[in-house]
Design a binder for this molecule. Sequence first.
Ligand SMILES: Cc1cc2nc3c(=O)[nH]c(=O)nc-3n(C[C@H](O)[C@H](O)[C@H](O)COP(=O)(O)OP(=O)(O)OC[C@H]3O[C@@H](n4cnc5c(N)ncnc54)[C@H](O)[C@@H]3O)c2cc1C
Length: 500
Amino acid sequence: MLPPRPGATRFNGARPPTTAVVGGGIAGLAAATALAERGVRVTLYERQPDLGGRLSGRPVGLRDGSTVTMSRGFHAFFRQYYNLRGLLRRTDPRLERLTALPDYPLRHSAGLHDSFRRVPRTPPWSALGFVALSPTFGLRDLIRMNPVAALPLLDVSVPDVYTRLDAVSAHDFLRSIRFPEAAHHLAFEVFSRSFFADPRELSAAEMALMFHIYFLGSSEGLLFDVPDEPFPTALWDPLAGYLLRHRVEVRTSTSVESVAPTRDGGFAVATPEETGRHDTVVLALDAGGLRSLAGRSPTLADAPWRERMARLRNAPPFLVSRLWLDRPVARDRPGFLGTSGYGTLDNVSVLERWEGEAARWSARTGGSVVELHAYALPEDAVREVEQKRMLEQLCRVYPETRAATVVDERHEWRADCPLFPVGGYHDRPTVRTPEPGLVVAGDLVRTGLPVALMERAATSGFLAANALLERWGVRGQTLWTVPDGGRSAVLRRVARWGSA
Ligand SMILES: Cc1cc2nc3c(=O)[nH]c(=O)nc-3n(C[C@H](O)[C@H](O)[C@H](O)COP(=O)(O)OP(=O)(O)OC[C@H]3O[C@@H](n4cnc5c(N)ncnc54)[C@H](O)[C@@H]3O)c2cc1C
């Protein structure tokens, strides 16, 4: 638990401070929520017409006359996402709009399957149980492994893990442990690709952190929930209502062009229509958005900070394809399946298994709503070719889809996830900047805490709000994370022995 600095519970003065939150993804929504709840006057600027950032959604009309919601694709809400769940609880106290998927199954084209349902959740049994139950670890594989190289995984803490492993790629780290080839491809490649990067490019520290969050550092395991309706209905429309009730001015379809410090210690925030003055600013942008905004704001923070922002990199492009099929997939197909060895295909979801809107479409038409993801595609990938290839892979994974007709399809090609390259940790932005009234949030931010992906976005948003509230003597949000270090004293000692 990370308690906030002591202080007043909220502003009660005549003129509350004003904050511009730039970016309406999870990070910006978390920051805006924490600030507005304590009486700060928040203006939330979002370039897109909808809130939610990479989890936004919009209505689309299908060829069969139905109106459905197309989103940026399947997201797993892991049980370790304490701060994100705290944000969602603002409008859904019992998290009834999240629904559990029973398993996280993985399948390799060579026929191997893995599953996390039966794996114990208490460390170290979680990791040992996975090894014992996984068909990818044979006795001979275990004997070949280099356990000393794996010792850093037993005691992961932040930022120490970056000091030790940021200079190594996830791929080389796994090779040094001599992980069985099959486990390498099935379990770990699936994880590292969920950072949208080739394991050869991804920092081993990020992978070790994932291993800690899901295996050795928590008791929740790799099981997760998903929203039971499309993201806008289940998550963002209720949260937008909550923000409006807290007097947040939500400006969607409004891109911030530049931010400049003003002489009186505030900030001029320029949009194409106008320039507004705010006491403080939260930049809650994706990597490309932050890089270009910093580039257009030549007086913001200081030159070294702007140079670091200019070096931020996006992960390679990815494709999310949603297909509305005229017939159902087989009854036993799970709601989500991680795949390996099927060309570029990384996972398949069957939406009617868990999403109300898809279930209603399926019940009405007798069809299935299937979503396919492919991460880390080549920059020069030809869209039509990749889309066709993914469909061919679906037919290999679920052969019954060969006979199906595609009623309609939508494809999302994007490249807005951050890349965590080998050796890049020190270039990443921190929440605080050289300018005390300017803070940064987002899943690319160095938080100093064991969090990743959506949870890093939510946690950094709250941290950014806390940093501002602290200046005004107002108490911020209490934060929770999995333990920052190995949970077992024995294993911690073993890890220390290994690194001595
Ligand atoms: C296909 C896919 C699957 C994923 N699956 C998972 C998963 O299963 N589990 C998980 O934890 N994470 C997952 N993620 C990652 C997750 O989506 C992100 O970690 C999270 O959404 C990041 O939130 P954010 O607020 O940091 O950034 P974003 O959501 O990118 O928000 C940044 C916002 O800033 C806005 N913006 C940019 N420039 C400007 C500007 N100049 N002015 C105003 N607004 C601007 C953008 O439009 C955007 O809305 C997945 C991501 C993708 C793409």
